[in-house]
Design a protein around this ligand. Structure first.
Ligand SMILES: Cc1cc2nc3c(=O)[nH]c(=O)nc-3n(C[C@H](O)[C@H](O)[C@H](O)COP(=O)(O)OP(=O)(O)OC[C@H]3O[C@@H](n4cnc5c(N)ncnc54)[C@H](O)[C@@H]3O)c2cc1C
Length: 293
């Protein structure tokens, strides 16, 4: 479990970071919290010759919220900062819940939201809520900047749309519409430090009558190579006055859409059943919360 030798770079500005990433190319890896990367290096799964530590770059840090516009979260923002953010708790509850579930206190103090997304594990805690919330990512390199919806950024198991020399810089979360609530839930083998067998986030907006679904996103994690955005659940529920019968039907539809595999954490059958139970729960919770906004 020893690390191979590598060169360590600690840029102080975003421009310096992009110049280094462009110049060092495939020899380099970005180091954020290191909670995935360093383990992979210790197990010799990755052998970068250079690490570019982005923790000293101000442009990658922190959460800013502007009423009416939404939130901007720097890629190197620690999960612990998100866990304790009053803005996330009040405006983007699903992400707040997911941040609280990631790893342990020690892991959350090191791990970043950008690292969680760039690692692109199908079981990642923050991808389902971020996708459900309609998040866009800003990607930068020495050549310039581009923006993508997060669901187009995560393209497969451990695969992202990042090109060589590009970094994920920040997340853009839209202002929630009136009468909107979001919820997150997960299930794993045990209650602490587990990697999710299934996770799920819902973002739901009600019409002025406080019963009819106006907009809905349900996103499932760990049941497909990338976050799975339900098509059938919004097709069933948007325009309908929500009730327990409809929620039951929607949960069955979500279970039908899941594409789970069997692995050490759960069988495919268990995951499909978990999708049914979690969808029913999270839809009801989001509905109740949206009625109270
Ligand atoms: C004990 C333990 C428990 C864990 N529990 C959970 C859990 O419950 N849920 C969960 O989802 N994860 C869990 N993890 C995994 C890990 O902690 C998270 O995925 C974490 O968010 C990774 O962030 P990081 O900042 O440490 O990333 P790093 O390890 O620094 O980086 C991860 C990858 O992303 C790349 N990268 C990082 N930032 C950028 C950027 N801005 N631009 C381009 N590339 C970038 C790196 O080069 C690397 O390839 C756990 C890990 C450990 C060790």
């Amino acid at each position: 479990m020893y690390l191979d030798e590598f060169e360590y770079y600690a840029p102080k500005t975003a421009d310096e970071t992009f110049e280094l990433a462009g110049r060092l190319g495939s020899q380099a890896k970005v180091l954020a919290g290191g909670t995935d990367l360093i383990l992979n290096m210790k197990q010799s799964l990755l052998k970068p010759q250079c690490l570019i530590d982005i923790n000293g770059v101000k442009e990658f840090q922190g959460l800013i919220y502007e009423a009416g516009k939404g939130a901007v979260i720097g890629a190197a923002t620690k999960i612990s900062e998100l866990e304790h953010s009053a803005v996330l708790r009040d405006k983007y509850f699903a992400l707040h819940q997911a941040a609280r579930e990631l790893g342990s206190t020690q892991v959350r103090a090191m791990a970043t939201i950008g690292g969680n997304i760039c690692n692109a594990s199908p079981a990642a805690e923050t991808s389902s809520p971020l996708v459900a919330l309609g998040t866009k990512v800003v990607i930068n390199s020495a050549a310039g900047e581009r923006e993508l919806p997060l669901e187009d950024f995560i393209i497969g198991n451990r695969k992202t749309a990042l090109e060589q020399g590009e970094l994920l810089v920040k997340f853009l979360l839209p202002e929630p519409a009136p009468q909107t609530a979001s919820c997150y839930t997960n299930i794993g083998l045990r209650n602490a430090m587990e990697i999710d067998a299934v996770n799920m986030a819902v973002n739901l907006t009600l019409e002025a009558d406080n019963r009819t679904v106006k907009v809905l996103r349900l996103v499932m994690g760990s049941v497909a190579p990338r976050p799975l955005v339900s098509v059938e659940v919004p097709a069933l529920l948007v325009g309908q006055a929500l009730n327990s019968n409809l929620i039951e039907k929607a949960a069955a539809a979500a279970a039908g859409e899941a594409q789970p595999i069997s692995d050490i954490r759960a069988t495919a059958e268990y995951r499909r059943e978990a999708v049914f139970v979690l969808s029913r729960r999270v839809l009801q919770e989001a509905f109740n919360a949206a009625q109270e906004v």
